[in-house]
Design a protein around this ligand. Structure first.
Ligand code: SF4
Length: 396
C-alpha cells in the first residue's frame, strides 16, 4: 500500500468515525493476528496467565496465509501478536517472510526471552518491519517484579544481541522499540538514540535517572525509540490498584470528587475549557449528561472503525482489549475479513458507540469496564498513543 493510498484510507476512516457510520466501505487498516496465545511468562500486568488450557494454541500457517492473501494491498500493517508470545509459534519466521513477500508490513511485540542471534538474523532477513520489546522496568528489581519468570540480565542481553545483529547486517528494519510499563504518572514517549533534550515532564527524578542509566546499555546501537506507558486494564479484567496494592494521591482526589456531587459545576467548567481546545478529557468522559439519571458520556472507541483482532484459531473479535473473546464477530477461517468487518455485531457496536452514552454499552463486556474510553483523547485517539499514531501513519 503506498503512502497516498494510506493517507486517503485514514481520511476515510476518520470521516466514518466522526459521523459514526455503521457500515464502512473499506478494509480494516490494521489486524491483530494472534500467531500464538501461549506465553512462557506470567507477568503481573498481563491476564494471559488466567487463560484456560483450551484457549492456548498457535495459528496454523494455512489460516495465516488465507488471512494475508485476503488483506494484501488493503491493510497498512499486521500485528503478529495478541495475547501470547509470538516467538513460541515455530513458524513465525516463514509467517513474517510470507507477509513481507506480499508487501504487508509486519510488527512483533515480544518479551525477548526466547531470542538468540540466529533467530534475530532470520527475523531481520525475513523483512520484519517493527519489533517492540516488552521490558517493564529500568532496574532488575522493577523488571523482575513486573515480568514474572524472566531474568533481567538475560532479557537485556538478548535485546543488545538483537541490536548488534541489526547493526552488523546494516539493516534499517525493523524499527526497534523498547516499551516499558510504568504505573505512576511517569508517562512519556520519545525518540532515541541521541537521548538528548529529553523532556522528563511529570517524570520523577529517580525514574529519569534509572532510565538514563538503562539507555546507556544501548549506546551506539540502532535502537529507535523507548516508550513508557501506563498499564491498561484489559477491558476491566485487570484492576491496577489491586495489583499495586496502593493508590496515588491524585487517584484518591479523583475518587473523592466522584463521590461529591457539589464539585460537578467546577468539573463542567473544566470540560468546557478543554472542549474549546478540542481535547476530550477523562473528566468529560465521565460527566453526567442528565442530572440525576446516572447516564454518562465517554470518549468513543476508535477500534470498530479501523481494525479487527483474529485469535490463533481464526475467531475474530472487536478489539485487542477483548482478551477473553466476548464480542465475537466471525471466523476468519470460513468467512471473508471484509464481510466480518461489516457484520451485524460490529455494526451494532458502532451504533452503540455512536450514542456516546454509557447506558448504551452498560451490558457490553468488556467495553463497559474498559479504560480506553476513559482516557484523555484527541479526535478519538488516546493522547498517549497520539505521537505513535502520527509516526506510524504519517511520518514513516
Ligand atoms: S471500549 Fe470496547 S472496543 Fe474499545 S478498546 Fe475497550 S473493549 Fe475494545
Amino acid at each position: 500500500m503506498n503512502k497516498l493510498n494510506h493517507v486517503f484510507d485514514l481520511f476515510r476512516i476518520s470521516t466514518n468515525f466522526w459521523f459514526k457510520k455503521e457500515s464502512c466501505s473499506y478494509f480494516p487498516i490494521r489486524l491483530w493476528i494472534e500467531v500464538s496465545s501461549r506465553c512462557n511468562l506470567s507477568c503481573r500486568f498481563c491476564v494471559n496467565k488466567n487463560l484456560s488450557a483450551c484457549e492456548k494454541g498457535d495459528m496454523e500457517v494455512s489460516l495465516y496465509k488465507k488471512i494475508i492473501d485476503e488483506v494484501t494491498g488493503k491493510v497498512h500493517d499486521v500485528n503478529l501478536f495478541h495475547r501470547g508470545e509470538p516467538l513460541l509459534n515455530k513458524n513465525i519466521i516463514p509467517m513474517i517472510a510470507y507477509a513481507n513477500k506480499k508487501g504487508v508490513k509486519t510488527r512483533i511485540h515480544t518479551n525477548a526471552t526466547l531470542m538468540d542471534r540466529e533467530i534475530d538474523r532470520k527475523m531481520i532477513m525475513a523483512g520484519l518491519d517493527l519489533i517492540s520489546f516488552s521490558f517493564d522496568g529500568f532496574t532488575k528489581e522493577e523488571y523482575e517484579k513486573n515480568r514474572t519468570g524472566a531474568i533481567f540480565e538475560k532479557s537485556l542481553a538478548n535485546i543488545i544481541d538483537f541490536l548488534e545483529v541489526k547493526k552488523d547486517l546494516k539493516s534499517k528494519k525493523p524499527y526497534t522499540i523498547i516499551q516499558v510499563i510504568q504505573d505512576g504518572e511517569a508517562l512519556f514517549c520519545k525518540e532515541t538514540p541521541e537521548h538528548k533534550g529529553v523532556k522528563h515532564k511529570g517524570v520523577e527524578q529517580k525514574s529519569a535517572e534509572q532510565e538514563k542509566a538503562f539507555l546507556e546499555n544501548f549506546k551506539g546501537l540502532p535502537l529507535d525509540k523507548i516508550v513508557v506507558r501506563k498499564p491498561h486494564n484489559w477491558g476491566g479484567l485487570l484492576t491496577i490498584d489491586k495489583i499495586n496494592n496502593e493508590i496515588t494521591e491524585a487517584e484518591k482526589a479523583e475518587e473523592e470528587a466522584e463521590a461529591k456531587p457539589e464539585v460537578e459545576t467546577e468539573v463542567k467548567a473544566e470540560v468546557k475549557k478543554e472542549a474549546k481546545a478540542g481535547i476530550k478529557t477523562e473528566i468529560e468522559a465521565e460527566i453526567e449528561t442528565k442530572e440525576g439519571t446516572g447516564i454518562k458520556k465517554y470518549a468513543c472507541c476508535t477500534f470498530p472503525w479501523y481494525s479487527l483482532t483474529v485469535f490463533y484459531d481464526g475467531r475474530v473479535f472487536l478489539c485487542p482489549q477483548d482478551f477473553e473473546g466476548k464480542i465475537y464477530l466471525g471466523d476468519a477461517g470460513r468467512e471473508k475479513i471484509e464481510e466480518i468487518f461489516n457484520g451485524a455485531v460490529i455494526r451494532d457496536m458502532r451504533k452503540r458507540f455512536g450514542y456516546g452514552r454509557i447506558d448504551k454499552i452498560d451490558n457490553i463486556i468488556p467495553c463497559r469496564d474498559c479504560d480506553r474510553i476513559r482516557r484523555k483523547t484527541f479526535m478519538g485517539i488516546p493522547l498517549e498513543y497520539l505521537k505513535i499514531f502520527l509516526r506510524d501513519n504519517l511520518m514513516e
